[in-house]
Design a protein around this ligand. Sequence first.
Ligand SMILES: [Zn+2]
Length: 388
Amino acid sequence: MHCPVCLRADSIPLLDLGEGPVFCNVQWPSRAQAIAAAKAPIRLAACASCGHVFNEAFDPDIVAYAPGYENSQHSSTVFSRYAERLVERLATAYGLSGCAIVDIGCGRGELLEALARRVGGRGYGFDPSYSGGDASADAAVHVVREEFDPERARQIRPALICCRHVLEHLHAPGDFLDGVREAMAASGDPVLYLEVPNGTHLLRNAMVWDVLYEHVSYFTARSLRLALRSSGFRIHALYEAFGGQFLCVEAAVGAPARARSGRRARASDPSPADAAGPMTERIERWKRWSSGERRSGRTAAIWGAGTKGVMFLNLLGLNSDRPIPRALDQNPAKDGLFIPCTGQQISLPSVDALAGLSSVILMNSIYSGEVEARLAGMNVAVELLAAD
Ligand SMILES: [Zn+2]
């Protein structure tokens, strides 16, 4: 497979993680169905030319997003506050009062609704996995259960195109960005807000639980800048957010698209090759922990049944026996469902769900204050461990 960003076929193998679930964000109604969920190989490689990191074993034909894909994080107050600040920033920085907004990959449409409400404009979402109902003709937000369509976006003439956590899923991100630019060029002078998981954060901190089949790409600031400039965008701002876990870009239509060639790496860019060892070591460390817990008859649960939790359980090769028979998650839509491939049942955190546990493994430390407060509120004494 060629590099998704610079299109060169010159990659260096980085890390073979074996097989992982094709969909981390699809939970199953029975353990048998969960265990039978499809798997596919994850082999990370780094482009020798532009430094981009990607899954060279990715096959776009086996990934089709449909209703049932559940990745909302809005049940967390930490995430909700982040989303509120983002809405405020975009609304005030770009004078969007009364304007139309397009959100590509809008999920349930929570952010789009908040943006449309804040600016008093209309919101239009595209998401093939949207599971909400059809809006009435006079509703402020309309979501179509389809992939992004530049022609349709052009008719909407948005002042803002928002695209969170989509680009890393795409086999051909350049073609997608070309379409976004085309729709924007026909809409006056709109702004693009793009957000992806931060590949630099992943490489620097060996965040191996953030590697998942659905993500073809792990964008660093360097490869994201190259992808945008190659599709003819002018970057207003590129920054990290959410404790460094997200990489955000605000951009406008710039010079016509040009050849996809990368700048040379800076000394501050993380070397992808240096990350492979610490990622393997992290997996091995937790495997040793898990064997020790099993031998001593102790029981734990993960807190966070999102992608990190699913990959944690899968990369450790666990099943729903000890030491981790359960998963906890604050999203009510996941309550009672089962984790793909490893089969742990997911529950909302409660005194009953925590009964008999010696420890809880928090999948994302950014939520530690929130989770500690929940545990204290339930008066449950368990050891809280951090997987990151
Ligand atoms: Zn490349």
